[in-house]
Design a protein around this ligand. Structure first.
Ligand code: NAI
Length: 403
């Protein structure tokens, strides 16, 4: 029997995933893209010019014009009622909208996969499924398997890099259909040999491993004293770091490590090991590319993998550059990362002065109020994913919710 796979999304990652998974024998892939006229554009482009996932070096995956192996549509309900697996492949701020429209219509045991899920996806997806009396499993994959960019919409996507190994979390609610190891094996088959999917059992630790303490501190250190004047060029993001950047990178990360140490004493049966310092984390990820590993600063400045990576900027009318505070470095990593860490810290009764300082600045750039008088405010589910928005107010509730 064919496996009906419904992919939600229409961006870079969704392009790669659709191409790869539809190439798998017995996978019947439908892409649901509700954004603007993307579904029509994608369908037309693919019919006329075929569909290519470009790796270069003769390894491209090509589907010929007129013979697409998957369909793209705007229709949600029709393509969800018979799904065996639903995969969300899009920025996290869209998850609430999609889960709201999907959960009422999925079959009772249909699993939902966040690819990527990013922190908090588990309880958000479980919340929507349970609200609708559904028992599907939830898989959250930490990040997108590829660095990728669409070169021609609906027609061609470049894979710039594929990760070696990525973590996922899994919550099973039933024992029929796709669940557990079989479900993960299916996702692995769709992705191919790499990246290798590795399970992280501890949901709280999984949230820490995502490390929302990289991008926001670097943004804060660079722009907190910015005078508002446009720049002639975009500054380097990692290699342009200075002592101030190190102070916040290390500061926020060390607060997170301290929370983990505390949680380890509170929950001795859960594993909180391996949440390493920022410096060790970079060295672990780029053992070959970092030329001088002596300090966190030299790790940032001499990592060849970061050659040419600049701050997210917008161009002004006269060709100058201003920082783009709505880019995912703040837009995703604060409401779908740092805020979750902040609530975990509050639930553990742990102060986080550095993380607070970063959130207080970031919220002025994101036009939201997340922190007030040192306390996390209630954040509406459309604008963030803090546990309390899903009824989770204590650490025990957090742990039990994701069981
Ligand atoms: P993307 O930026 O290509 O997503 C854009 C797509 O999202 C649009 O084409 C549209 O289909 C949908 N969309 C945007 N606004 C919408 C709206 N208001 N309503 C409905 N749909 C809307 O995303 P991409 O690059 O595929 O990334 C997915 C996730 O993976 C993101 O969280 C990203 O941060 C993360 N990621 C991406 C990497 C990459 O190389 N592309 C690398 C690592 C992580």
């Amino acid at each position: 029997k064919k496996c009906n796979i419904t992919i939600f999304g229409g961006g870079n990652g969704a392009h790669v995933l659709s191409g790869l998974s539809s190439d798998v024998i017995n996978a019947n892939v439908t892409v649901v893209d509700t954004f603007q006229d993307e579904a029509e554009r994608w369908t037309k482009a693919m019919a006329e010019n075929g569909f290519t996932v470009k790796y270069g070096g003769g390894n491209d995956l090509v589907q010929a014009a007129g013979k697409p192996k998957f369909t793209v549509t705007k229709e949600v309900q029709k393509n969800v009622v018979n799904a065996d697996v639903v995969i969300l492949c899009m920025p996290a701020f869209l998850h609430e909208m999609v889960l709201t429209s999907v959960a009422p219509h999925v079959p009772e045991t249909c699993p939902i996969v966040g690819l990527p899920g990013q922190p908090g996806f588990e309880y958000q997806a479980l919340y929507h499924l349970r609200e609708n009396g559904k028992k599907g499993s939830v898989v959250s994959i930490e990040t997108l398997p590829w660095a990728c960019r669409i070169s021609k919409y609906g027609q061609e996507v470049d894979v710039i890099g594929t990760k070696e190994c990525i973590y996922y979390s899994l919550v099973d609610q039933q024992t029929s259909g796709y669940f557990g190891a079989g479900l993960v094996q299916l996702v692995q088959t769709l992705l191919g040999a790499k990246p290798v999917l590795k399970r992280e059992e501890n949901i709280i630790k999984y949230t820490f491993l995502y490390r929302p303490t990289v991008h926001p501190p670097l943004m804060y250190a660079k722009w907190k004293n910015w005078d508002g004047k446009p720049l002639d060029a975009a500054p380097l993001f990692y290699q342009g770091a200075d002592d101030e950047a190190v102070k916040y990178l290390d500061g926020a990360t060390n607060e997170m490590i301290k929370i983990a140490d505390f949680l380890q004493t509170k929950y001795p049966d859960m594993d909180f090991s391996g949440i390493s310092s920022m410096q060790d984390c970079f060295i672990g990820e780029y053992p070959e590319q970092i030329k001088d590993k002596s300090t966190l600063l030299t790790c940032l400045k001499t990592n060849q993998a970061y050659d040419g990576l600049v701050h997210p900027m917008k161009k002004t009318e006269d060709g100058k550059f201003i920082p783009d505070f709505k880019y995912r470095y703040l837009m995703e990593d604060v409401p779908y990362g740092l805020l979750i860490i902040k609530q975990i810290a509050e639930m553990a009764d742990f102060p986080t002065p550095i993380i607070d300082e970063i959130i207080l600045w970031a919220q002025t750039k994101l036009d939201a109020e997340y922190l007030k008088d040192g306390k996390l405010c209630f954040v509406d589910r459309k604008r963030g994913r803090i546990p309390m928005a899903f009824g989770i107010k204590t650490l025990d509730e957090f742990v039990n919710f994701c069981k």
